[in-house]
Design a binder for this molecule. Structure first.
Ligand SMILES: [Zn+2]
Ligand SMILES: [Zn+2]
Length: 459
């Protein structure tokens, strides 16, 4: 059975809190796990005037934001829309959603060319197809260029945070392909493999989006053409029809205003989502590549992050490993090996860690009931954690910084006694205790005196 819900525009524009409540109630009535609305929507910060400016990151997100934008701009949805408008001879005054509904004086209608109600010829279909190719096909090299740059830029930030580099390169000087990264930046074969995977991933997802977008636009066109009323339609009917085609394309292609509560339509929105997700995937891995195995990272999330990012990423500490664990279902459930594997997945990060096959929602439906998911079925910390996720990792050296009670990274003041908040943080974080003990034992402490860590005994 397929159920179709029609959602009223008022509901769609209701405040998020209200919408989430409705979704939760609906889910209860239908006995399904409620969706976290946030996870499926554009994060609020992205809906402000500029998608790619991130007021909360002084650091890595700025160049990555620029690369996201360049990926996003690889397809020209607006150009395609205008080309379609021209193709159908739709006058400019109808090209915008708001304007297309402004009533016009009758005399003005007379000069407007409208769809004449006849089906498209083969030649016209061919021309349409060429338009799609012209505006929606992105060469692989362009995607590769930007993914490689996002990855290499982030790696340099990682190296900078490790103290191995004092300046990061300008984006435009970074390699434009995996091949040149191998040559110029001397990246390892593993790194090249990972990059190949990231580029393929981005190409597949971006291509999929444009394919789905093409179908969507074609369906709107077909549907619209089938309703023209044929060649017998009156001029007024054809005019109305022409207007409605412009209106629907504008909506479906997602060209409406993107300000708060904006209406990013399918094509534009999906393309944007994929561009952001893929750029951040390449960047998150690149950043970890710039660090040494054994380093600790803290997760940085936006203040309006969803519940999953808040739980798994914001202020959480993970250890980078060069030796990824096996998958969690390789051990018998409940066995010691299983517990050890789950623990590693819960506490460690590695290049290319992915939640493939794992789920964010804590419960699943089984035999008509909601049951909690098993540890090996639940998603673990990775960035991006979900589409649109723009969280990031930041190396944390527990000799110089800690995560305070509000989840913010705070720096210690040299020469001052260690604050209680620092000590509390260390007591809360087994990975930090392990790291500090190791550093003390290896005589690798550079800023703290071994004595200062005596409070560790109580841990
Ligand atoms: Zn999130
Ligand atoms: Zn996130």
């Amino acid at each position: 059975m397929k159920t179709n819900f029609t959602i009223s525009p008022e509901l769609l524009q209701a405040p998020e809190e209200k919408r989430q409540k409705i979704v939760t109630n609906l889910a209860k009535a239908l006995q399904i796990e409620p969706l976290d609305l946030h996870e499926h929507e554009t994060p609020h910060l992205l809906l402000k005037s500029n998608f790619f400016e991130d007021p909360h990151s002084e650091h890595l997100m700025e160049p990555i934001g620029r690369l996201e934008r360049q990926l996003y701009e690889l397809i020209d949805v607006k150009g395609l829309y205008k080309a379609l408008m021209r193709f159908f001879g739709i006058p400019k005054k109808f090209w915008q959603i708001e304007k297309s509904w402004i009533p016009m004086r009758k005399s003005k209608w007379d000069n407007v060319k409208t769809l004449d109600g006849s089906p498209l010829t083969e030649e016209q279909w061919n021309r349409l197809n060429n338009l799609f190719n012209e505006y929606l096909d992105v060469p692989r090299e362009q995607i590769e260029d930007l993914i490689v740059k996002a990855n290499m830029a982030a790696r340099e930030y990682g190296e900078q945070d490790m103290g191995e580099r004092d300046k990061v390169s300008k984006i435009k000087t970074l390699p434009t392909s995996i091949q040149s990264a191998v040559k110029v930046k001397d990246i390892s074969p593993q790194h090249a493999n990972m990059l190949q995977y990231a580029v393929d991933h981005a190409v597949i997802n971006l291509t999929h989006t444009t394919e789905v977008g093409k179908h969507l636009v074609l369906n709107v066109l077909l549907d619209s053409l089938s309703r023209t009323g044929g060649v017998t339609a009156t001029k007024a009917q054809r005019m109305e029809h022409t207007r409605s085609l412009a209106h629907r394309l504008f909506q479906e292609m997602g060209l409406a205003d993107t300000a708060e509560g904006g209406k990013l339509g399918f094509l534009n929105r999906d393309w944007l989502r994929v561009a952001i997700t893929e750029a951040n995937d390449a960047a998150a891995n690149g950043y970890l590549m710039g660090l040494s195995p054994g380093e600790l990272v803290a997760g940085i999330a936006h203040p309006d992050a969803c519940s999953h990012c808040t739980k798994l990423i914001a202020g959480r500490i993970y250890k980078l490993t060069a030796d990824p664990p096996e998958s969690m279902d390789s051990a018998e459930e409940g066995s010691a090996k299983y517990k050890a594997l789950v623990k590693r997945w819960q506490t460690e990060l590695w290049i290319g860690k992915s939640n493939y096959g794992l789920r964010l929602s804590p419960r699943k439906r089984e035999g008509g009931k909601l049951v909690p998911r098993k540890p090996h079925e639940l998603a673990k910390a990775t960035i991006p954690l979900h589409p649109w996720c723009r969280c990031r990792w930041m190396r944390i050296n527990p000799e110089v910084a800690y995560v305070n009670g509000s989840g913010e990274i705070t720096y210690l003041t040299p020469g001052k006694p260690l604050p209680d908040a620092y000590k509390r943080w260390v007591q809360r974080e087994p990975l930090v205790q392990e790291k500090l003990r190791q550093m003390r034992q290896d005589k690798a402490l550079m800023f703290l005196k071994p004595d200062e860590l005596n409070f560790l005994k109580a841990a």
